[in-house]
Design a protein around this ligand. Sequence first.
Ligand SMILES: [Zn+2]
Length: 72
Amino acid sequence: MNDESKTPVVPCPQCGKRLYWTSDNPWRPFCSKRCRTLDLGAWADESHRIAGEPAMDDASLDELMNRIERGD
Ligand SMILES: [Zn+2]
């Protein structure tokens, strides 16, 4: 059996990397947890922008990931 030919390949909305849309990929439609978090971070930044806040760095990204995992 060769199911691979039936697996949709979609570009990651965040980085454009092609990925297989399978149940093996928990981050779909993103290629990775990082891309999903970056996309969510961009959305959160638009919604809750604080004047003078610096751009999100890796430390804030880790914090955001932790908040997501806690379900805040
Ligand atoms: Zn990506």
